[in-house]
Design a protein around this ligand. Structure first.
Ligand SMILES: *[C@@H]1O[C@H](CO)[C@@H](O)[C@H](O)[C@H]1NC(C)=O
Ligand SMILES: *[C@@H]1O[C@H](CO)[C@@H](O)[C@H](O)[C@H]1NC(C)=O
Ligand SMILES: *[C@@H]1O[C@H](CO)[C@@H](O)[C@H](O)[C@H]1NC(C)=O
Ligand SMILES: *[C@@H]1O[C@H](CO)[C@@H](O)[C@H](O)[C@H]1NC(C)=O
Ligand SMILES: *[C@@H]1O[C@H](CO)[C@@H](O)[C@H](O)[C@H]1NC(C)=O
Ligand SMILES: *[C@@H]1O[C@H](CO)[C@@H](O)[C@H](O)[C@H]1NC(C)=O
Length: 465
């Protein structure tokens, strides 16, 4: 508590003395320390091969005739890709390297929704699926700055409706907008096209747990909202396969505080629950969220609808290296995924999508993970895998990791390698920019109102940038 007060006081005094929030950051010694330290971790991964320029999956035609149901669709059958989520899916700050760019969303490289470049240099789910299905539409492109609100009625074929700062309470609004865009797009055959929709939310819910009485952030409430969203998709958006990602385990980023005071300062704003829950309570809460989601596929899967829980990014702690978390996993705000993490995440998430549920890995069992190449669907069972996908006794092809030392540094032990993984999880989510955070510090100090993520609203951004 004392540390917190001191931090707030220190930040406040800086806030009051300087007008441009960016210069506030640049004048914070802890920020300078963090950004300089972080550069060293990027040295470790400088040879990491973004994308997979040598993908050797057997070419695949769309299913002759048509797939028998949503549990047997090949990557080559997918025509539409879409995503619902928060700042992690908006790619927030993924490539931000200067204070001026803080708050920028790199929507074109978000692991689950971005379509910038191609698989030769950048791994994302859309870039992988496009490899099998060249007419795929729906990916998001480029960058966006400022507005943290849903762009209603976007007439383009950008079906990434994620908004930075979103909570599970925002899911319905997003899925309704997705339905609207799909129905109104001339490029979409609404009834016939096969759709892959990622739903990745809840990290911000975990961050607010216990710090905001205005919303119920219990696991039951969270799972209930996801359930409602899935039911909406099942009823209204035909031929959908949902890639349901549990929230990022935000409690893993607590560990950054020891080596990076800036991270602790920023997390007071971005993830206040880190300061009110114990490690055990955090772990239990995350597990309750996750366990709640695991039940949903059995309740909802049907002939015309598929959902699978994809735990590829689940981790208990951040991968370690040099005795600290691997900071190359984290964005400049010490909260979101770095561009490196987005690339790795896309590979891991895809691998799980083409692997039967019983054989899937998460980010804790690093040695079985594949960081440098993109997995091929098995030739015997080349489908997106749900609990109802039936391929009697076949195994999915899992390609072996290329030299893990490239990502872990030359003295790496397996443990160090794991760190990379951890990176994935990194921190992510919240949509808050660091600058906004500091501003909020100031406001929060004055009034203890329970507004919903006020920092995350467009208002602040318009003021700041
Ligand atoms: C950052 O601070 C730590 C101690 O908190 C110090 O050991 C380290 O040298 C500093 N790094 C830089 C780049 O200033
Ligand atoms: C990626 O784009 C580059 C440049 O446009 C092109 O040369 C290359 O063939 C593309 N690679 C793939 C895998 O499509
Ligand atoms: C939440 O409500 C409890 C009692 O209902 C109160 O003691 C606590 O101060 C409230 N917390 C916040 C952050 O408003
Ligand atoms: C999901 O919704 C269905 C149908 O309304 C309901 O029967 C089920 O209990 C819900 N499950 C959860 C975990 O909320
Ligand atoms: C965060 O770390 C602090 C100090 O290391 C610890 O007391 C606290 O329980 C941790 N909180 C969580 C949610 O992990
Ligand atoms: C998949 O189905 C099996 C058997 O029906 C069940 O035990 C398992 O929990 C299901 N997994 C998920 C993630 O729903």
């Amino acid at each position: 508590m004392l540390t917190k007060l001191l931090t707030v006081t220190a930040l406040l005094s800086v806030c009051q003395s300087i007008i441009d929030p960016r210069s506030i950051l640049d004048s914070l010694p802890s920020y300078k320390n963090y950004t300089e330290m972080r550069k060293k971790y990027f040295e470790i991964i400088r040879d990491y091969p973004y994308g997979d320029s040598d993908l050797r999956c057997t070419p695949m035609d769309p299913t002759p005739g048509r797939p028998k149901d949503t549990h047997h669709i090949r990557p080559s059958d997918i025509r539409i890709i879409a995503a619902i989520g928060d700042s992690l899916t908006a790619g927030r700050d993924a490539l931000t390297e200067s204070t001026n760019d803080i708050g920028t969303e790199y929507r074109g490289i978000a692991f689950d929704a971005g379509g910038d470049s191609n698989l030769s240099t950048r791994t994302t789910l859309p870039n992988i699926v496009s490899h099998f299905s060249p007419s795929l539409i729906g990916a998001s492109h480029g960058t966006r700055k400022g507005k943290m609100v849903l762009n209603r009625g976007d007439p383009s074929t950008d079906f990434n409706v994620a908004v930075s700062g979103s909570l599970s309470t925002d899911l319905m609004e997003q899925v309704e907008e997705l339905e609207r865009r799909l129905r109104s797009s001339k490029s979409v055959n609404y009834e016939e096209d096969w759709k892959l929709i990622t739903l990745f939310v809840g990290s911000n819910d975990l961050c607010k747990y216990g710090t905001d009485n205005s919303t119920d952030f219990s696991a039951e409430a969270f799972v209930g909202r996801v359930n409602d969203t899935l039911k909406f998709i099942k009823q209204k958006i035909p031929r959908s396969f949902v890639n349901l990602m549990p929230p990022f385990n935000v409690f893993a980023i607590n560990e950054t505080h020891e080596s990076a005071p800036f991270c602790e300062q920023f997390h007071h704003i971005a993830c206040p629950s880190l300061f009110v829950l114990t490690e055990e309570e955090g772990a239990r809460l995350f597990n309750q969220y996750y366990e709640g989601l695991i039940d949903l596929p059995n309740q909802l899967n049907a002939e015309g609808f598929a959902v699978t829980v994809n735990k590829a990014l689940n981790m208990q702690r951040l991968p370690q290296i040099w005795g600290t978390p691997h900071f190359a996993l984290l964005a400049i705000d010490c909260f979101h995924f770095s561009g490196f993490t987005h690339d790795v995440a896309a590979k891991l998430v895809w691998q799980n999508l083409v692997t039967p549920e019983y054989a899937r890995g998460d980010a804790n069992d690093f040695s079985t993970l594949m960081l440098q190449s993109v997995a091929c669907p098995s030739e015997m069972c080349p489908y997106l895998q749900s609990n109802l996908t039936d391929c009697a006794s076949t195994k999915s092809a899992i390609r072996v990791l290329v030299d893990p030392a490239i990502v872990a540094g030359s003295n790496s032990k397996p443990v160090a390698v794991m760190a990379i993984f951890g990176v994935l999880m990194g921190c992510t989510l919240l949509a808050v920019g660091t600058v906004a955070t500091i501003v909020r510090f100031k406001r929060r100090y004055k009034r203890r109102v329970n507004e919903r993520t006020p920092l995350l609203t467009a208002h602040y951004y318009e003021t700041i940038f």
